[in-house]
Write a protein that binds this ligand. Structure first.
Ligand code: DC
Length: 215
């Protein structure tokens, strides 16, 4: 069975999807991490960002592995490096590149071909897995998402303001929504869940109920 969870940045998709996958005993696929790894490799190889073929080649040759919660590129644990502000600011180069998108969707389908999976991203229910048995579109208001992310970053010891985070988030929302291929969009048959005012465990329990109905 394939469960897709799409939605905007900061909606808590990764945490929720990971917990849901654990409860269901499904694999978990963090597709945002995949795009981040492509950018990470491009950055390390100091590619010319205007060269679409160079980034496309990196995507096709990406030696990527998920090991529990860790993401490995060529055997190196890049889990925290790929989530830096530097990589996030460059992410649109990978997300807007059609060669990269094609390589990522191909890899996602391969990774999901063997086991039950909860996959999380922007285009999972629309493009990658249009026939998924359960599609969820997870969102929250921009303010709530920014507030949660600020809290998370402060807990990680980073000095940030809600206003800063909201500004970066608005920019990424615009980029993600405007993308012609693989843009942020709910599938026609997706179930919409808005998580404002909900606790994490409530969201996970709600999604688990939705999935079990379809099992
Ligand atoms: O979920 P995230 O913040 O780690 O995703 C990083 C970026 O990757 C996001 O801004 C857009 C892109 N992305 C995408 O285009 N398609 C996906 N399925 C997942 C992420």
């Amino acid at each position: 069975m394939i469960v897709t969870i799409d939605g905007p940045a900061g909606a808590g998709k990764s945490t929720v999807a990971r917990m849901l996958a654990e409860k269901l005993n499904f694999d978990f696929l963090d597709t945002g991490a995949m795009y981040r790894c492509v950018v990470y490799q491009g950055n390390r190889q100091k590619i010319d960002w205007s060269d679409e073929n160079a980034l496309g080649k990196i995507a096709r040759q990406l030696d990527l592995e998920f090991d529990g919660a860790a993401v490995l590129v060529a055997g190196e644990d890049v889990s925290s490096a790929i989530r830096s502000a530097e990589i996030t600011a460059l992410i649109h180069y990978a997300a807007d590149n059609l060669q990269v998108r094609e390589a990522m969707v191909r890899l996602q389908r391969k990774l999901a071909s063997e086991d039950d999976v909860v996959t999380e991203g922007r285009d999972q229910g629309t493009l990658a897995f249009p026939d998924a048995q359960c599609k969820i579109f997870l969102s929250a208001s921009a303010e709530e998402r920014a507030r949660r992310r600020t809290e998370q970053m402060r807990q990680a010891g980073k000095e940030v303001t809600v206003e800063e985070i909201l500004e970066q988030q608005n920019l990424r929302d615009q980029q993600d929504e405007a993308r012609e291929v693989g843009g942020l969009k709910a599938a026609d048959d997706a179930l919409h869940v808005v998580t404002d005012g909900m606790r994490l465990f409530e969201v996970v329990e709600h999604l688990e109920r939705l999935v079990r109905i379809r099992m």
